[in-house]
Design a protein around this ligand. Structure first.
Ligand code: 2RA
Length: 336
């Protein structure tokens, strides 16, 4: 069977990647509809030898669509995703608009694929840093329940889309030519700098991005008591997020056991060979879908506690690939 697929936000970094991934994974497409804002509409895109015109997205864009992949911002998703559902489509939404809605499953296919079945029209794609962390931790959590996570993220500029990537490039060039670095996509200069803010801060000093790790982690792991302390930093790296993660588990996981579990974990590549200086790095984890995990060691400051380091491509597994994998679950379970 083939499906009528729409991509909303088809001209952005994630929307473009969604199309790439649909092709790469041979998702069974009958008709394809590429939707964007009025400003971005009109462009031509080639997909599998056929040319498509990017159309302006309206509430009437979703007739006969089976699955809509939404790569648009929250306000557009809130306006158009319900219209797509009304027209009979299942929406897989990469925005954060519906992630915490109790009627909307929040899914990492390696972790909680069964939640897809509970959808009422919309399925939410988790935040990129959440996807990367939980894909890395999934098998460890299955072996010994994680009670507490301490996470520091080092988030690529691609998190701010094409403009984030372009800004890093331009600032490096300008600085090397002795010019002033101009900041637009980020609060400050990102070239040769680190910015400890992703999203607005709440009243106790946590950023929106930091609270996503706790709130989304609890929902995806079905563990409302999961304790999470997260610090999210923007770093001058193109497209892979890196994360330093400490987990406290209900029973001890030895380093050897952790390596064994991760060596066979879905969606994970274990790179942990210190003798040969082998460990995950963002320039190596980019442009593919596995989450690279390494630097596994016992937390010498606490019992039943393990530390690891992971890197994952934010645009692919952190967004586009995860969304397409959810669509594949819909197909496999005959839910579209
Ligand atoms: C970021 N996770 O990295 C957010 C949105 N992609 O900016």
């Amino acid at each position: 069977k083939k499906y009528n697929v729409a991509i909303l936000g088809a001209t952005g970094a994630v929307g473009k990647e969604m199309l790439e991934i649909l092709g790469e994974r041979n998702f069974p497409i009958n008709e394809l509809k590429l939707l964007a804002s009025k400003k971005s509409a009109g462009g031509e895109v080639e997909f599998k030898g056929k040319k498509y015109i990017i159309e302006e997205a309206t509430e009437n864009s979703f007739e006969n669509i089976d699955v809509m992949l939404c790569a648009a911002e929250n306000d557009i998703s809130i306006t158009l995703s319900p219209a797509a559902v009304m027209a009979g489509a299942v929406v897989i939404d990469n925005s954060s608009a519906y992630r915490m809605d109790e009627n909307v499953p929040l899914v990492v296919p390696e972790v909680n694929p069964e939640d897809v079945k509970k959808h009422k029209g919309i399925i939410a794609n988790p935040n990129c840093s959440t996807i990367i962390a939980l894909t890395a931790l999934n098998e460890l959590n299955s072996y010994a329940k994680i009670n507490r996570m301490i996470v520091s993220t080092y988030q690529a500029v691609s998190g701010a889309g094409i403009n984030g990537i372009k800004e890093l490039d331009k600032q490096v060039k300008d600085i090397n030519e002795g010019k002033e670095a101009v900041a637009n996509a980020f609060q400050y200069q990102i070239a040769y700098n680190l910015i400890p803010q992703i999203g607005d801060f709440d009243e106790i000093g946590y950023s929106q991005e930091e609270m996503k790790m706790q709130n989304e982690g609890r929902k995806i792991l079905h563990n409302p008591n999961l304790k999470v302390n997260c610090t999210c930093i923007r770093v001058p790296v193109y497209r892979s997020h890196s994360e330093s993660i400490t987990i406290e588990t209900e029973k001890e996981i030895t380093v050897e056991k952790a390596r064994e579990l991760l060596n066979n974990a879905e969606g994970v590549k274990l790179i942990d060979d210190l003798q040969n200086k082998k460990y995950p790095m963002p320039i190596e984890s980019s442009d593919q879908d596995l989450i690279y995990v390494g630097r596994i060691r016992k937390d010498i400051s606490s019992d039943n506690s393990l530390v690891l380091w992971c890197c994952g491509d934010q645009i692919r597994k952190g967004a586009a690939t995860n969304a397409v994998q959810i669509a594949e679950v819909l197909v496999k379970e005959n839910l579209i």
